[in-house]
Design a protein around this ligand. Structure first.
Ligand code: GDP
Length: 364
């Protein structure tokens, strides 16, 4: 599955947030059979109101959302790239995630030590990102000599990579992350293959005090400003409140949220933001038994999408019966869509669109 790493300095609220996420997941576990939780890895349901709308139309007995994995990556301190704290182990964990949620401390509490001595979320962000940039810089500098050698031969792949490396190195030396590099769609696979830490998409989590959960505070405002300049999203959240909400029964949750002036939990906002960040596409399968959401990467063709359900579906793929989500809803289901000519038969070259309601035909 797709993974979002929770990253930040110590004592900023990462574990509090992670525990709230897994507690919510644990509460959902009865409904969602594939929920597996390890100490620092948790799977959560991605809330999607479209799924409820589809289930209602098809009178589906069960609703099965798609899932997103969060990984609590503890141990980052200043000097991590030089082996301080958990050092390399920490960096290896970040390498494995698809996106990063930077948790920044935006709450004051004299009882909880700030490792850098003061509340300054932007400086914390810089500290963390600097460690990742140093690690990327060192990893590329190590690789560049070998790449140059290969590129002098007829190695096309090495040439392409070298060009990218030479584009990214000056940025890193200038204190900018690899994601700041201009990369064309054609170059994207080679760029991704460099597997850099600072090329991963990021979002900011401004962890505010309880009183600021609804409106944010001066610290989170600074984070939002910074995020804007980077084209990143900020989720303002109070990890402490979220951890309280996560323990409540569903009925009481809504009441509690209303009392705080919140429409949805910060966790739901975080999960959705993480999902958006990964640029993923959701398609649906809908029937009387269940309405279910599935996740694929953007650009996936119908057989690949079928393979997410079962490899047999991909191997024996014949066609995908397809109804776009808005059509399915407006025409009140498959029969209506058929009548209106909105039921399409798509072949193996069809690129699945977000919201497609699919039924795969396959041969064994
Ligand atoms: P981590 O080291 O980043 O994983 O941080 P923790 O989640 O362990 O949190 C460190 C301390 O800060 C704990 O005592 C938390 O209860 C506390 N904490 C986390 N979030 C908040 C918050 O929003 N407000 C307040 N007052 N304390 C918080």
């Amino acid at each position: 599955g797709f993974k979002c790493g929770i990253v930040g300095l110590p004592n900023v609220g990462k574990s509090t947030l992670f525990n709230a996420l897994t507690q919510t997941a644990a509460a959902q576990a009865a409904n969602y059979p594939f929920c597996t939780i390890e100490p620092n890895v948790g799977e959560v349901a991605v809330p999607d109101p479209r799924l409820e709308a589809l289930a209602k139309i098809a009178s589906s007995k069960e609703i099965i959302p798609t899932r997103l994995t969060f990984v609590d990556i503890a141990g980052l301190v200043r000097g991590a790239s030089k082996g301080e704290g958990l050092g390399n182990q920490f960096l290896a964990h970040i390498r494995e995630v698809d996106a990063i949620a930077y948790v920044l401390r935006c709450f004051e509490d004299d009882d909880i030590t700030h490792v850098e001595g003061k509340i300054d979320p932007l400086s914390d962000y810089e500290t963390v990102e600097t460690e990742l940039m140093i690690a990327d810089l060192e990893s590329l500098e190590k690789r560049v000599v070998a790449l140059e050698k290969r590129a002098r031969g007829a190695d096309k792949e090495a040439k392409e990579q070298l060009e990218l490396v030479n584009r990214v190195l000056p940025l890193l030396r200038d204190g900018k992350p690899a994601r700041a590099a201009k990369v064309s769609d054609d170059e994207r696979p080679a760029f991704d293959a460099l597997n850099l830490l600072t090329s991963k998409p990021i979002l900011f989590v401004a962890n505010v005090d309880e009183a600021s959960a609804a409106g944010g505070n001066e610290f989170s405002a600074k984070v939002e400003q910074q995020a804007k300049t980077e084209g990143a999203v900020t989720v303002v959240i109070s990890a402490k409140i979220e951890s309280e909400i996560a323990t409540l029964p569903t009925e009481e949750r809504t009441e509690y949220l209303e009392a705080l002036g919140l429409e949805e939990t910060g966790l739901d906002r975080l999960i959705n933001a993480g999902y958006q960040l990964l640029g993923l596409v959701t398609y649906f399968t809908v029937g009387p038994k269940e309405a279910r959401a599935w996740t694929i990467e953007r650009g996936t063709k119908a057989p690949g999408a079928a393979g997410v359900i079962h490899s047999d579906f991909e191997k024996g793929f014949i066609r995908a019966e397809t109804i776009a989500y808005p059509d399915y809803v407006a025409l009140k289901g498959e029969a209506g869509a058929k009548e209106a000519g909105k039921f399409r038969l798509e072949g193996k070259d069809y690129v699945v669109a977000d919201g497609d309601v699919l039924h795969f035909r396959f041969a064994n």
